[in-house]
Ligand binder design. Structure first.
Ligand code: SAM
Ligand code: SF4
Length: 368
């Protein structure tokens, strides 16, 4: 079903006047208060929710256009020293078969990303200390020289010296989700780590001139609506270049096995409100949204998203990168992604999709 083609409810017919006012203010780019954000997020009304999604879709079109950026992701190691309660890669999950791709395998996968016509590769892993400053620097230099692709790193929290060396070696972007902006929830879900350290790392990455991606999970056990509002306010204040918003999906081999998954509809509302308040950021239609619901990514593309991250990890490894169940199924292939994009009258971006020339932006408005 193409939601863009849904019969438009009569404007304001069923929608509360205050809801409509807030939507219109958001579309004009006015600052929305905490109460305004709560009003948008808490609606349970179908007409209001569809109006929110359509408004986010218009804001997306106005600020980032109809192009969808494809970022090929290569999950090169599932070894992790952390023990995040939500993640199947956590170090205490002894039932997971661990792997670490060799340099040749990683470079071959990145070349496949290039051969498929994509202009960005995302190198993602657990926090795997085998990849030292030197080893990852030399890999980044080699990938840059041999492919010229834009390189995004998503390898967790590391030292400032590592971030700096990798930037100097040619990395362009860094993904490090805040996960949640509730300090209590963060400390509970990532034992031994703090939200303060995470935000400090994001600050360093912004200062070093990376394009920085953050994001959150929606529906974490114990997460409250006010935590989601704070997430959105943080996205706005920090002026991140990319923000990944995905539902939490419980993994059976983690302490959160018995928890309920996040809801797609709430995830899409957080995405849509984030589009309203951040305007020109890159917002992926996350893989987790597609796992929760076969139409999840399509619906995200119609609620403000403009990025898809196809999984380009070799199949023999992909099945072991099980962050959450359903994640490791065989890749659907770029053809079906291309069909989805054109069915929405959108097009695949031919560019690497930088938000703005890197290292020129005056930013860093993270608290603290
Ligand atoms: N180790 C790096 C890190 O934590 O930043 C990168 C890899 S980590 C697997 C990538 C992302 O997976 C995390 O930022 C988190 O948001 C997401 N994730 C982990 N477990 C998840 C779950 N059960 N449901 C949904 N997303 C999950
Ligand atoms: Fe490791 Fe990242 Fe998973 Fe946490 S989320 S256990 S750091 S891979």
């Amino acid at each position: 079903m193409h939601y863009a083609l849904c019969a438009m409810p009569k404007r304001g017919a069923m929608i509360r006047p205050r809801f409509l006012q807030v939507l219109e203010a958001g579309e004009r780019g006015e600052d929305l208060s905490t109460e305004d954000l709560a009003l948008l997020l808490s609606t349970e009304d179908g007409e209001e929710t569809e109006a929110l999604f359509r408004t986010a879709d218009r804001v997306r079109r106005k600020w980032v256009g109809d192009e969808v950026h494809l970022r090929g992701i290569v999950e090169f190691s599932n070894i992790c020293i952390q023990n995040c309660l939500y993640c199947g890669l956590r170090k205490d999950n002894h039932r997971l078969r661990r792997y670490r791709m060799t340099e040749e395998e990683i470079v071959a996968s990145v070349k496949e990303v290039m051969a498929q016509g994509l202009r960005t590769v995302v190198l993602q892993s657990g926090e795997d200390s085998w990849f030292t400053l030197e080893r990852l620097s030399s890999l980044i230099r080699r990938i840059k020289e041999e492919t010229g692709l834009a390189i995004t790193l998503s390898v967790g929290e590391r030292s400032e010296a590592d971030y700096r060396a990798w930037k100097e070696s040619g990395a362009d972007r860094y993904l490090l989700k805040q996960e949640t902006s509730s300090a209590d929830l963060f400390a509970r879900l990532r034992p031994g780590r703090t939200l303060r350290e995470r935000l400090d790392a994001l600050k360093v990455l912004l200062t070093l001139g990376y394009e920085v991606g953050s994001g959150n999970m929606v529906g974490l056990p114990g997460q409250r609506e006010e935590d989601l509002i704070r997430d959105i306010q943080l996205f706005r204040e920090a002026n991140f270049d990319m923000i990944g918003i995905g539902p939490f999906i419980p993994h059976p081999q983690t302490p959160l096995a018995g928890s309920s998954p996040g809801e797609l509809q709430l995830t899409l509302k957080v995405l849509a409100v984030t589009r309203l308040v951040t305007r020109d950021t890159n917002l992926p239609a996350t893989t987790a949204s597609g796992v929760l619901d076969p139409e999840g990514r399509e619906r995200a593309l119609l609620a403000g998203a403009n990025v898809i991250m196809p999984d380009m990890t070799p199949q023999k490894y992909r099945e072991h990168y099980e962050i959450y169940p359903g994640k490791t199924k065989p890749a659907e292939g770029l053809d079906s992604i291309a069909r989805l994009i054109s069915s929405l009258s959108r097009k695949i971006s031919p560019s690497p999709g930088f938000r703005r020339p890197p290292a020129t932006s005056a930013r860093n408005r993270l608290p603290g």
